[in-house]
Ligand binder design. Structure first.
Ligand SMILES: [Zn+2]
Length: 391
């Protein structure tokens, strides 16, 4: 790889403390950061057609390597023209490495220095994932950003286990980089793919420092922060992010994996994080829970039975333009497929608007002030419409 080849470009536009806005340019277009990526687990953002996804303001979406490698399989995705063609999504895509899901299957997998062997949750088949096969699979999927295979230790792991995971993940990053370079940094479809390394280290600042140093030596196009938001709580996550915010280079994108709770994203943006992904908008959408700037609404609640107002008067999404809270409550109770789709569309629109407002606040140097006001509005109410849980 040389610097003359088409690569991921990342240009910081405005800074506000450690927070920044930037332009991330990929072969499938530009992403304005900080950005939130909706999750298309198995080749689809659940219940949301691509035109509605575009209309929601989504700039980049995430595909799950673990799910796609098992079904339909990387070769089939490649035969179908890659993930962009399969999903009818011409904008940027990021695929994870599959490692997080594999390591979540603690009773079904064994790990050694070469990789991990696990049993498919679909048919029990024995599958081996190595840094090299992880790169090969993501090459077939064809995303713009691909992730190294890493070992994500459980939140309860002791220091010795976390340290072993840091060292193994660093070695796997080196092997992923070699495989990526051997493939010309190109997808099976011939597009440039940017490889991101993943920082591990649990809640230990010095182990995260060791992880970062080993990754930065590899000079990768971007870096992710893994192994956070695994049950340690908001305050502990913020402490780790604040203490490690200068460990990853300021001139590369930083991606906090699996985080999408608004207050977590606000804290992470203030520490210089640029990218997020989470199933929250679509999972909550399926469970009749809508995000609004005044807190969350539970649309099954009887109080909406004849309410003709939209989810959010200030929202111009497809759901709010066309449907009332009363209609949506009825659709949920009747088990209509349209109901989860409508609330997912609204929630995705809310997340796009939320990130857009964060970018505006950074560009005006007002992030801290606006963050306090947003958190007061989003979390101050403590009634049954505003529970923090996802379900
Ligand atoms: Zn809406």
């Amino acid at each position: 790889m040389t610097r003359d080849q088409p690569m991921l470009s990342f240009e910081v536009i405005h800074s506000d403390g450690n927070a920044r806005t930037a332009r991330l340019l990929t072969p499938h277009g530009q992403v304005n950061t900080p950005a939130f990526m909706p999750v298309g687990t198995a080749g689809s953002v659940k219940g949301v057609a691509p035109d509605r996804l575009r209309e929601s303001g989504a700039q980049m979406i995430l595909g799950n390597t673990y799910h796609l490698m098992l079904r339909p399989g990387a070769a089939v995705v490649e035969q179908l023209g890659g993930l962009h063609a399969m999903m009818a999504w011409e904008k940027p895509i990021l695929t994870d490495s599959g490692g997080y899901q594999v390591f979540s299957l603690s009773h079904r997998r064994t790990i050694d220095e070469d990789g991990v062997v696990f049993r498919s949750h679909i048919d029990g088949a024995r599958v081996r994932l190595t840094p090299e096969s992880c790169m090969s699979i993501q090459r077939s999927l064809g995303a713009d950003v691909i992730m190294q295979l890493d070992e994500c230790p459980p939140g309860c792991a002791d220091r010795r286990e976390v340290q072993a995971a840091v060292r193994r993940s660093a070695e796997w990053a080196r092997r992923c980089k070699q495989a990526w370079i051997d493939a010309g940094c190109l997808s099976a479809g011939g597009n440039y793919q940017a490889l991101f390394g993943i920082q591990q280290g649990g809640s230990s600042v010095d182990l995260r420092g060791e992880s970062s140093s080993r990754l930065v030596e590899l000079d990768l196009p971007g870096y992710a922060i893994g192994g956070l938001s695994v049950g340690e709580g908001h305050e502990a996550m913020c402490d780790v992010l604040a203490a490690t915010s200068d460990q990853l280079p300021a001139d590369r994108p930083r991606y906090l994996m699996g985080v999408g709770e608004p207050r977590d994203m606000l804290a992470a943006v203030a520490c210089g994080v640029d990218m997020f992904d989470c199933v929250l908008p679509t999972r909550n959408g399926r469970n009749a829970q809508a995000f609004t700037w005044q807190g969350r609404l539970r649309l099954r609640n009887a109080r909406w039975i004849s309410d003709r107002s939209p989810i959010d008067e200030g929202c111009d999404c497809y759901a709010c333009r066309n449907f009332s809270r009363g209609t949506m409550r009825h659709l949920f109770l009747a088990g209509e497929m349209l109901a989860p789709t409508l609330v997912s569309v609204h929630n995705l629109h809310f997340f796009s608007q939320f990130m857009s407002e964060i970018r505006n606040a950074i560009s005006r140097g007002e992030l801290a002030k606006r963050s306090r006001a947003w958190q007061d509005a989003l979390y101050a109410r403590n009634d049954c419409e505003n529970a923090d849980d996802c379900d």
